[in-house]
Design a protein around this ligand. Structure first.
Ligand code: BTN
Length: 257
């Protein structure tokens, strides 16, 4: 199957915001995130959008696999140097941008997923490479996988949703064209303004708001939005807990992560 990507249109739209930006579409690779991290370690840190029609070793958070067939999902990584004053809330800002570009019904499941009616529509995996010095930019790889067509629930911890449930006949190239420019704009806004520019927008799409959640450390509580730094606020029997994604995962009670 030949997939017709609108790579040039995407490149033209984004270039003014990211000088030196390139777009690359590959029929197959192990993982677009892995590839951009490899390149960054080899010194290639120019802004790039790498799209793969198929990944043989797509990766999700917490060491999980991200599986997908050509055309059935959109899988890409956007790599760019960034130097925000504060990195907290970056994955939520990315989630806000993607949700807003896709559809009014899409919700963000803290910290890295997009949900449609409590099923997983998309996942985000952000990785960075760099010196760690505050005064130099880090190379950020924003990996995104979006289910486009119906996919089987087999082997998935959360039942899947797919974009064609909301937008009949939408395909992976159209979806890429829809999300890329707003995503770059969001990353630029995050760099200059931090998570503050996204917090209220996150709250209007928060999939967990007001719901009982279970944390992977066994605590239960009611999710109450996020703090100024993007930490999930959970009202537990022992008080308000601020949950950061490095500590625990979270799922609505009675559901899967
Ligand atoms: C998750 O659900 O935990 C995150 C999934 C992220 C998947 C995308 S697909 C494109 C990019 N390359 C990868 O290997 N992973 C991300």
């Amino acid at each position: 199957m030949t997939i017709r990507w609108q790579a040039e249109a995407v490149w033209e739209a984004v270039l003014p915001l990211l000088p030196g930006f390139t777009v690359e579409v590959l029929p197959q690779i192990d993982s677009t995130n892995t590839e951009l991290m490899r390149r960054a370690r080899a010194g290639q840190t120019e802004p790039v959008l790498l799209v793969a029609e198929q990944q043989s070793a797509g990766r999700g958070r917490l060491g999980r696999l991200w599986a997908g067939e050509a055309g059935a999902s959109l899988t890409f990584s956007l790599g760019l140097p960034m130097m925000p004053a504060d990195w907290s809330g970056l994955s939520l800002a990315v989630g806000v941008s993607l949700a807003e570009s896709l559809h009014a019904d899409v919700r963000i499941k803290w910290p890295n997923d997009l949900w449609l009616h409590d099923r997983k529509l998309a996942g985000i995996l952000i990785e960075t490479a760099g010196t760690g010095a505050a005064s130099t930019p880090r190379f950020v790889v924003v990996g995104v996988g979006i289910n486009i067509t119906q996919r089987p629930a087999q082997g998935l911890s959360t039942p899947p949703a797919w974009l064609q449930e909301l937008l009949a006949d939408v395909d992976a190239p159209q979806t890429l064209a829809r999300v890329t420019l707003p995503l770059v704009q969001a990353l630029r806004a995050f760099e200059s303004q931090g998570f503050g520019a996204f917090r209220e927008r996150f709250h209007s799409r928060d999939a967990l708001a007001g719901r009982r959640v279970t944390l992977s450390d066994g605590l239960h509580g009611a999710a109450q939005g996020v703090g100024a730094d993007g930490a999930l606020l959970v009202h537990t029997a022992t008080g308000m807990k601020q949950v950061t994604s490095s500590e625990v995962s979270v799922r609505p009670m009675g559901g899967e992560d």
